[in-house]
Each structure stands twice: as structure tokens, then as C-alpha cells.
Design a protein. Structure first.
Length: 168
């Protein structure tokens, strides 16, 4: 599967939010389910509870004991948009807005554009967060294409973290 991955190219004076676009061999409904159900989110990102429907709240166990708390601003087959409302272990994330845009390419392929509004070079976590999102967006693709992602704590995720910590 060919995929395109890039950081957004925007003028220096504009926001430089983290952004990545990939093509995934899946229909939009499959992607939507992976982005809005606790089971789907847990399979490619981190253990999740709550409601992924518009107006709902999702809690992600990224750092025990306090979860990452996200308000679901929009959940449609074309777009899933969140607002981070609580993140004690990464306070820079509070107020940022992760967003997924799903565009059908043909009957078997969709394009996913992920943009984390507010995740910019100005945040201390940018390198760690960029590496994390790069891994987890690929994990999402693997989950919907082959049924097996690399969520937090998986062998692939743990290996990535070891490599990152040795590079620091």
C-alpha cells in the first residue's frame, strides 16, 4: 500500500501543527469505527473508555493513574474532532485539538489526514509527541488493514520507546 506522510507545509508565520496524511486500504466506515469506539481506539492507540460519539467523552490510560480526557466535538464518517480537556502528565496538550479527516479515494482505499491543532514546535513535547503520533497513525493503518495494530505497551511500541530513549 502506498502512503504519503508529511508534516504540514505552511508559512512560518502560520501555525505549524503536527499533521500526517496516509492512504489506508479500508472504507471510511471502518476508519470511523476505529476512531470512535473504545475497542477500536484501544486496538491501535491506548486503552480507552467512554463514548466516541459527538458530545461524548473519552478517557485514555496513557499514564497511570490520571487518564488523558478528550471531549468529542464531532464524529461523522468524514471527520472526527476532539478537544483535550485534561492531561496531567502532558499539560501542554490541554486545549489542543486532534482531528481526523476521512476521504474516500475509491471503493477500497481512504485517505486519512490527521492534524493535531496546537501541537507545534513551541511545545516541549514536540519530538516525543511527533514520534508517538507517527507510530500510532501507522498502527491505526495496520489495525484497519490487517486487524492488528501496535498500541501502547505492544512489542512494537515498546521497541520504539527504547530506541527513542537511547537516542536522547
Amino acid at each position: 500500500m502506498t502512503d504519503t506522510e508529511h508534516m504540514s507545509a505552511v508559512p512560518a508565520e502560520a501555525s505549524t501543527d503536527y499533521q500526517k496524511t496516509i492512504r489506508i486500504k479500508a472504507d471510511p466506515e471502518t476508519l470511523f469505527d476505529a476512531l470512535t469506539t473504545p475497542a477500536g481506539l484501544s486496538a491501535w492507540w491506548v486503552p480507552a473508555t467512554g463514548s466516541g460519539q459527538a458530545g461524548g467523552e473519552l478517557k485514555f490510560q496513557m499514564s497511570f493513574p490520571d487518564p488523558l480526557v478528550i471531549h468529542v466535538d464531532e464524529a461523522t464518517p468524514a471527520a472526527v474532532r476532539w478537544s483535550v480537556t485534561d492531561c496531567s502528565f502532558e499539560p501542554d496538550w490541554v486545549g489542543t485539538r486532534p482531528a481526523f479527516t476521512i476521504t474516500p479515494v475509491d471503493d477500497e482505499v481512504s485517505e486519512l489526514t490527521f492534524r493535531h491543532h496546537g501541537l507545534t514546535q513551541e511545545l516541549e513535547c514536540i519530538e516525543m509527541c511527533t514520534a508517538g503520533w507517527n507510530h500510532y497513525i501507522s498502527s491505526l493503518r495496520d489495525y484497519v488493514e490487517i486487524g492488528q495494530g501496535s498500541p501502547k505497551g505492544s512489542p512494537a511500541d515498546n521497541a520504539r520507546r527504547v530506541i527513542e530513549s537511547s537516542a536522547s
